[in-house]
Design a protein around this ligand. Sequence first.
Ligand SMILES: [Zn+2]
Length: 89
Amino acid sequence: MTRLLILTLLLCVGYSLWTYLRRALGGQRPPQAPPPRRRAGGRQGEDLVQDPQCGTYVPRSEAVETQVGGARLYFCSTECRDAFRARQG
Ligand SMILES: [Zn+2]
């Protein structure tokens, strides 16, 4: 019976250690899931903004807003924003 207890304890500790290691090694949170690429029309009554990086139209409320050189730009995802910024130099 003691062996079972130890085994359970080991599993518990092992799992904690594994999650801790994954967090420590991974370092970053999983990227925010981008909204669906193709969206017909979007929500009613909501402005659509165009992502200058990939050309996708996204509802303003779901867009990633960024100021670039004084201009306000909207992107469909942080990936596109970063790519656009990298392209700007
Ligand atoms: Zn995009």
